[in-house]
Each structure stands twice: as structure tokens, then as C-alpha cells.
Design a binder for this molecule. Structure first.
Ligand SMILES: Cc1cc2nc3c(=O)[nH]c(=O)nc-3n(C[C@H](O)[C@H](O)[C@H](O)COP(=O)(O)O)c2cc1C
Length: 256
């Protein structure tokens, strides 16, 4: 392929219409050919740069409630760093629990239940670089729905989430947030997901909708978490190995 064809083809297929017009105009001037070739290569490189993305899961059935507000506070810092985000909410429909049917192990279909957000999370995590899970505290634990979804997600999609940083946040009226946080973190900890922390445990207080905004320390904790997550992701994506070296897994039923 001669230089002109190369440039035309690259400009059209990689850079898209936004740069095609200036590129084509420059084509008329032979003196600019070298410069043009370099610029086109640069554009191709830039356009293949994938934006870092964090998938955020809101386990609360309450729309725009306190968990959502706290997640938005984390998101505000990720956005500042140019990181793409998406918040998925569990909603208030029925959520299935893991029935240990083995479908996810024996097929490529993911979890056998397709009605709630479990398989959607798995699909989105294929291209996302990190995960943040927010939960309201119910009886000192994450709410039942988010636990059921996360258990199914991790059982069916371990390979998708591994090596991707993760954080949990827990929102409560008065107590039980640290236990809830610990429960969520325990899942990340056995999925090879580096757990991201903040200046304090990732918790904030609020009862009625919007009240969590009054917890100024809690809100700051969320912003710090967002900054810490952005910092870690930027470091990871700056280069180096994709993942640490691992031994082949040993699986035992119990210690003997
Ligand atoms: C079923 C249920 C159980 C709850 N249990 C607790 C609890 O153990 N500790 C607590 O501090 N708050 C508890 N709460 C209050 C919620 O955690 C609190 O209102 C939270 O802000 C709700 O978040 P959301 O607006 O995102 O749904 C409970 C609420 C419900 C509905």
C-alpha cells in the first residue's frame, strides 16, 4: 500500500470522521506527507487508548437513597480524574440466591438466573477495570439482595473480576456498618481483588433519604475513597505487569 492509501485508510477506519476532513485536506500538499503520517499514527494510538472504567453497584432497593448519594460522592472524584463510571442499582424486584446448580461452572452462560442484575454486572465487568459495591446496612449486614447477587456473581465470574481493584461502602442509621463492610470485603479478598480503603472505614450515616449528606466526615471518607481508587488505577494502568504471578490453586474441603 502506498503512503497515500495508508493514510486514507488509517484516517477513515481508526480516527473516524472528526479527523478525516483535516487529514484529507492535508493530503493535497505533498510536503506535509511525512508530518501527516506521524500525526495519523499518533491519532491511531490515542484512539485505541481505553478509558479506565469503574462499575458501581448500588445494593439499595431505595432509589436515590443514602447509598446512592454516597456512591455519587465517590464518583465525583473518579470523574475528576477522567475515569468513566456507571452506577447499576439492584432495584426492588425479586433477586435469586445461588442454588449451587453448577450451570455457571458447566456452561459459558453465566448464572442460570437472568432476571436480576447479576449477569449484567458480569458482562459489564468484562470491560470495567474496578468495582465499588454500596450497601445499606440491614440488621448489621449488607442487605440480603446484594449479598445474593454478589455471591452468584463471584461464583460464576471469578475470572472476570480477578485482579481488578474493589471497594465496598456501607450506609447505616446507627450501627452494624463495620460488620457489613467486612462481609463485603471478604468476598473481594477471596477473588484476588485488591481492596481499596479510605481515611476511615468506608461508612457513612443517615436514615431518611438524603440524611447521609449531613455526615460530613462520611462524605469526605467517600471522596477520599474515590481519590484512592483513581490513584491506584492510574498506577496500575501506567504500565508494568497486568497481574502478579500466581501458584496453581490448591482446593481442599477442610484442613487435614
Ligand atoms: C430492614 C432494614 C434493616 C435495617 N437495619 C439497620 C441496622 O442494622 N443498623 C442501622 O444502623 N440501620 C439499619 N437500617 C437503616 C438503613 O441502613 C438506613 O436507613 C440507610 O440509610 C438506608 O440506605 P438507602 O437509603 O440507600 O436505602 C435498616 C433499614 C431497613 C429497611
Amino acid at each position: 500500500m502506498d503512503r497515500r492509501d495508508f493514510i486514507k485508510k488509517t484516517a477513515m477506519t481508526v480516527a473516524g470522521t472528526a479527523v478525516t476532513a483535516p487529514v484529507m485536506a492535508m493530503l493535497t500538499n505533498n510536503e506535509n506527507m511525512d508530518l501527516l503520517e506521524k500525526e495519523t499514527e499518533k491519532t491511531a494510538l490515542n484512539s485505541s487508548d481505553k478509558k479506565i472504567k469503574v462499575l458501581m453497584i448500588n445494593g439499595s432497593p431505595r432509589r436515590d437513597g443514602n447509598t446512592y448519594i454516597a456512591l455519587k460522592e465517590v464518583e465525583s472524584q473518579l470523574t475528576k480524574h477522567g475515569i468513566e463510571t456507571e452506577i447499576l442499582q439492584i432495584g426492588n424486584g425479586a433477586v435469586n440466591m445461588c442454588i449451587n446448580c453448577g450451570n455457571c461452572r458447566n456452561t459459558d452462560d453465566g448464572c442460570v438466573f437472568d432476571e436480576d442484575i447479576c449477569n449484567t454486572i458480569a458482562t459489564k465487568m468484562k470491560t470495567a477495570d474496578a468495582m465499588i459495591v454500596g450497601s445499606p446496612v440491614y440488621y448489621g449486614q449488607p442487605n440480603g439482595g446484594i449479598l445474593a447477587v454478589m455471591q452468584r456473581l463471584f461464583y460464576s465470574s471469578g475470572q472476570i473480576v480477578k485482579d481488578k481493584p474493589a471497594a465496598a461502602i456501607a450506609i447505616c442509621r446507627r450501627g452494624g456498618a463495620t460488620a457489613a463492610l467486612q462481609t463485603l470485603n471478604m468476598m473481594f479478598e477471596m477473588m484476588n481483588m485488591p481492596v481499596v480503603t479510605s481515611q476511615y472505614w468506608n461508612i457513612a450515616y443517615g436514615s431518611s433519604k438524603g440524611e447521609v449528606k449531613l455526615d460530613t466526615e462520611g462524605m469526605q471518607t467517600m471522596r477520599t475513597l474515590g481519590n484512592n481508587m483513581a490513584w491506584l488505577l492510574e498506577k496500575i494502568h501506567a504500565g508494568g505487569k497486568d497481574a502478579p504471578e500466581r501458584e496453581r490453586g490448591v482446593y481442599m474441603n477442610f484442613i487435614r
